[in-house]
Design a protein around this ligand. Sequence first.
Ligand SMILES: CC(C)(COP(=O)(O)OP(=O)(O)OC[C@H]1O[C@@H](n2cnc3c(N)ncnc32)[C@H](O)[C@@H]1OP(=O)(O)O)[C@@H](O)C(=O)NCCC(=O)NCCS
Length: 190
Amino acid sequence: MLWEAVTMALNIRPMTSADKTAIMHILRATPEFKPAEVVVAEELLDWHLQDPVGSGYHVLVAEAGGSVSGYVCYGPTPLTEGTWDVYWIAVSREGRGRGVGSALSGAAEGKIREASGRLVIVETSSKPEYENTRRFYVSKGYEEAGRIGDFYAPGDDLVIFKKQLSCSIAPAAGEAGCCCLNEPQSTCAQ
Ligand SMILES: CC(C)(COP(=O)(O)OP(=O)(O)OC[C@H]1O[C@@H](n2cnc3c(N)ncnc32)[C@H](O)[C@@H]1OP(=O)(O)O)[C@@H](O)C(=O)NCCC(=O)NCCS
C-alpha cells in the first residue's frame, strides 16, 4: 500500500458494523495488547454497535485507501460533568507514525468539545512496551496526572494522562477562563 498517498486521503468517520472485522484484525495484530484486553476492546465495540448513543461508547475509524487503518473508542465518564475517557486507540502496525493516531485523537477531541466536554483522561501502562504510546500522548498535549504503582501487575503501574480542552476565544473582561462546558456551541473551538 502506498502509505504516503493514502495518508493524505485519510477519512475519519463513525464506525459501522462492516468495520468490525478490520478493527479486530488491528487489535489482534497489536503486540502491546494481551488477548484478555482484546476481548474487552471487542466488548466495547459490540456495545457501541448495539446502541451507539445509549452505550456511552463512541467509535471513530480512520479509513485510507478503502481500508480501516485505526480506530478510537471514547465516551463520557459516568457521574462527571464534562470529563471523558479515551478507552482505546490503535493504529495498524504498517500505518503507525504517519499521523493516523493524531487524526483519530484530534477527531475524538473535536467530538468531545462538541458535546461540551472539557477534560479528557487516558489510562495506560508504565511498561517499556508502552513507551511509544506514552510519547504519543505527550506529543498530543496530554500530561501525566498520576500513577498507581503495581496496578496492573507487580512492576506494571497505571499511568493516568489528562488533557484539558480549551476554547480559542478569550474570556470577557473580568471573567474566568473560557471553558466549553455549558457554553453555546458557536463559541467553542473545534
Ligand atoms: C499510539 C498510537 C495510537 C499512535 O498512532 P500513530 O498513528 O502511530 O501516531 P502518529 O503518527 O499520529 O504520531 C503522533 C505523535 O506520536 C509520536 N509517535 C508516534 N509513534 C511513535 C514512536 N514509535 N516512537 C516515538 N514517537 C512516536 C510522534 O512523534 C508524533 O509526534 P508529533 O505529532 O509531534 O509528530 C499507535 O502507535 C498504536 O496503535 N500503538 C499501539 C496501541 C496502543 O498502545 N494504544 C494505546 C493504548 S489503548
